[in-house]
Design a protein around this ligand. Structure first.
Ligand code: FAD
Length: 285
């Protein structure tokens, strides 16, 4: 099928983009970033936006910046930008590892980091990264900018705290301390498919014991989140099989696993146990 008719706007600056969005949002106007989720949905007529605010010519949004504490990713930065580490240390390596699990190469060269977060698919790898690392989203509108913490940003399946007239301009990821270990694991039926469950873990070692554990789970619930029960099972312990299994069990117990045409809730809960354990093993390797 072909999309329903729409008007495409091509702003050159962020200011211009938010002004147009403010005008067209009440008529189901939407941002067009990489188009890798929006265009297929429009082609199936599951969405019929009357206006698209195409941000692909807003050069100021194509920036990756880092200081000692934060990596800032602009709204036009494609998934493919992360194929190689964008920053030294564990955060750059983590992003370069995770990106290869997103879709396929041509989609990664077009789809954007911020578009993934705005789209908020429960199984999105970047949403899992944002939730696990406590990212901060910067939303822009004609009212100015506001910062939204990851744990307040995702609100349900493909649903976020962004208002209709807000553009996700940038995302800030905290830099990971030198020596931080990370592990990622996801399960999908075919390579490139959305994950049925995924886990991302990070932790440091302090005197041989786990410190500052972050355990995120995606694909299992309506949106990814940190699982504090699993983190509590890790912090203060020496890394090893028994501890990893206890944390994986805690994560499996804590999630309210979704049921859909692919899996039962029980199966998905068991997947959570498996992906968390494997992510922890990967982090320890
Ligand atoms: C075959 C296939 C497989 C895929 N597999 C995966 C996968 O395994 N993992 C994964 O995470 N993704 C996957 N995707 C989706 C892909 O990653 C998309 O790129 C991503 O979901 C959306 O980014 P985009 O830039 O393409 O956004 P678009 O498609 O342009 O927009 C998506 C939605 O977000 C809104 N939006 C986009 N940018 C902004 C912004 N800056 N501010 C406010 N709203 C905004 C749009 O209005 C729209 O509602 C797959 C896609 C395809 C076609």
């Amino acid at each position: 099928m072909k999309p329903a008719a729409f008007i495409r706007h091509v702003p050159k600056t962020l200011d211009e983009a938010v002004k147009i969005l403010a005008e067209v949002a009440p008529q189901d106007g939407r941002v067009l970033a990489g188009g890798q989720s929006l265009v297929p949905i429009m082609a199936f007529r599951l969405a019929k936006p009357t206006h698209l605010v195409d941000i692909n010519e807003v050069a100021e949004l194509d920036t990756i910046a880092h200081d000692g504490n934060t990596l800032t990713i602009g709204a036009r930065v494609r998934h493919g930008a992360f194929h190689k580490p964008v920053v030294d240390g564990p955060l750059g390596a983590l992003l370069a590892h995770v990106v290869r699990h997103i879709a396929h190469y041509p989609i990664r060269m077009r789809g954007t980091f911020c578009g993934s977060l705005a789209h908020a698919d429960p199984a999105s790898e970047w949403c899992l990264v944002a939730a696990t690392l406590d990212a901060t989203m910067i939303a822009a509108s004609t009212r100015g900018e506001r910062a939204i913490a990851a744990n307040a940003f995702f609100s349900g399946i493909m649903s976020t705290a962004l208002a209709d007239d807000e553009l996700l301009a940038r995302v800030k990821l905290p830099r990971l301390a030198t020596g931080t270990r990370f592990g990622f694991n996801e399960f999908s039926r075919r390579a490139g498919d959305f994950a049925m469950s995924a886990a991302l873990v990070t932790y440091r070692l302090d005197g041989g014991r786990i410190a500052d554990a972050h355990v995120g789970v995606g694909g299992a619930e309506p949106h990814p989140r940190r699982i504090t029960e699993a983190e509590a099972a890790l912090d203060g312990q020496a890394p090893g099989d028994v501890v990893f299994r206890a944390a994986a069990d805690a994560a499996a117990e804590a999630v309210e696993a979704m049921e859909d045409h692919q899996t039962t809730a029980e199966y998905r809960r068991d997947l959570v146990r498996a992906v968390v354990r494997r992510a922890l093993e990967h982090a320890n390797a």
